[in-house]
Design a protein around this ligand. Sequence first.
Ligand SMILES: [Cu+2]
Length: 119
Amino acid sequence: MLLIFAGLGMMIWNGCKSKNENENQKPGSAEQTKSATGPRYDTVTIANMKFSPDTITVKKGDTLVFINNDIVPHNVTEKDSAWQSQTLNPEDIWKFAPDKSYDYFCSLHMVMKGKITVE
Ligand SMILES: [Cu+2]
């Protein structure tokens, strides 16, 4: 008799637990994240002589924000010189909305390379 009551108690307890878990999943919270479309800003940080991330995928219309967090000046130069940022001194910011995919580098430090993929 005691076992039956204990078993029944567990069933009720488990039932309540799963009910609460379902209630915690508010419908719409996932939809709100999905509806956050439109132009976005993506950030590339320059630090320790590197672009980070060095490869980035953005949506067409998005704006890339390059931030120089290094202690020396850098720039952002398209591989075939299609465009080039001004010299970015430490703490300078440069915004750029790529219309297509590009490879780029820093013409002050040729080892610094990066890639923008526009999808
Ligand atoms: Cu540089």
